[in-house]
Design a binder for this molecule. Structure first.
Ligand code: ZN
Length: 407
């Protein structure tokens, strides 16, 4: 077999064969440039209507990238034909291995997409020697095609959460379906107006089907949910309540304690450096020195011990599946909080009491809070990998793609 035939057979560019090839060096990279010839006997199909075209309108030489061959980057030079379609007029020829107007072959695009799921755009671009923007566009188009419009059929319980796009300045909202672990919608902002497009997309029927909406307390979402789905119960999830408790109670008490210990330098340092230790779930403090530090800290600081124990107890409230029992447990917890005489704890308990119906609604609509936490963490990773630019659509597609749903 002659070399050209061999490369043609391996390359598999349907309807084309290699007529010439050359090797050249561009900077540090070696290139293999393959000139392809179109098989004239082959029928041409229209990329608009997929029908066979009777005539060729014109052709233009194009340069297209393909997967690398051994250590060489591969570039194809080929005549791109426009057919004279009776239906569509002049239209590019339909090719199975090359999309209309694409600058890379379909298989290279697929490899780029696959790598973009696990690597940053920059690394993928470097790996294939492609432009950063080209890589992003390839991945974006592929995600658009793969994800398509969201199917809202059967959606009855949703969760919504905000996340920071850039260091706490700009925000976006993500709407999830907890039962199927999928992201339904992502939009910029966290105001009522900015959430509205989701409900418009969901439609009146979808809104009427909503039974419960899980969210953080005290957000703008609440009013917008009331306006579109007044029948839906609001549910406050454990993840957010505990995070708020950490910020508003534990952090405050820790700082107050540190200030009180001004004279005791060692004690003060221990308290000041313990933020991470106190905010972590107890089961995640696994290193022995950390466990010892935590015990010492709690033994020496009554107020810290109290708020720490009450945090663990508060979490137990979300284990209940019976509202009556949950309410009784809450009353006990509330009494202890108020009697503690720790001001930040008392204030937190009083505020949380206003939201009690939404907290207890969790008994009927339990949400695995690790999902919201997981989505939060995943968004951080995606941000690092894909978001050195300002393409919201692409960023949001990446988030949807990371949680496509189960079942
Ligand atoms: Zn056509």
């Amino acid at each position: 077999m002659a070399p050209n035939e061999c490369i043609s057979a391996l390359g598999g560019w349907e309807g084309f064969e290699v007529c010439e090839w050359r090797q050249e060096r561009r900077g540090a990279q070696s290139w293999c440039v393959l000139r392809l010839r179109r098989d004239r006997s082959r029928a041409a199909y229209c990329s608009g209507c997929w029908r066979e075209a009777q005539a060729i309108h014109d052709l233009e030489w194009r340069t297209v990238r393909d997967l690398p061959l051994f250590e060489h980057a591969v570039e194809l030079e080929l005549p791109r034909v426009r057919v004279a379609c009776a239906q569509c007029g002049p239209k590019l020829e339909l090719l199975g291995w090359l999309e209309p107007y694409a600058r890379v072959t379909r298989r290279l695009a697929e490899s780029v997409t696959r790598l973009c799921a696990v690597m940053s755009i920059r690394h993928v671009a470097e790996y294939f020697g492609l432009n950063w923007k080209t890589v992003k566009e390839i991945d974006k188009r592929s995600l658009q095609r793969r994800l398509g419009p969201v199917d809202f059929q059967g959606v009855t319980v949703i969760g919504m959460d905000e996340f920071a796009i850039q260091r706490g300045h700009r925000y976006a909202t993500v709407v999830i379906e907890p039962s199927r672990k999928r992201v339904l919608w992502v939009g910029r902002g966290r105001s009522r107006e900015e959430l509205r497009p989701f409900f418009v997309l969901l439609g009146p029927q979808g809104c009427a089907a909503l039974q419960a909406v899980v969210m953080d307390m005290n957000t703008a979402y609440e009013q917008e949910v009331r306006a579109h789905a007044p029948q839906a119960r609001l549910v406050y999830d454990l993840f957010h309540v505990v995070a708020k408790y950490g910020r508003e109670v534990i952090d405050r008490v820790r700082v107050d304690e540190a200030n009180r210990l001004r004279a005791d330098r060692r004690g003060r340092r221990l308290v000041k450096g313990a933020r991470w230790l106190l905010l972590r779930n107890r089961e995640n403090v696994t290193r022995e020195p950390d466990q010892v530090r935590l015990s010492e800290l709690l033994a020496a600081n009554r107020a810290l011990l109290t708020v720490y124990v009450l945090k663990d107890d508060l979490k137990a409230l979300w284990d209940y599946r019976h509202e009556g029992y949950a309410r009784r447990f809450w009353s006990g917890w509330y009494r202890r909080a108020i009697r503690s005489r720790i001001a930040p704890l008392q204030a937190f308990a009083r505020r949380l009491r206003l939201y009690l119906p939404g907290v207890l609604a969790h008994c009927r609509y339990p949400l695995n809070t690790s999902l919201l936490e997981g989505i939060n963490n995943k968004i951080k990773v995606i941000k690092r990998m894909a978001y050195g630019f300002r393409d919201d659509d692409y960023f949001f597609l990446k988030i949807r793609a990371a949680f496509p749903g189960i079942g």
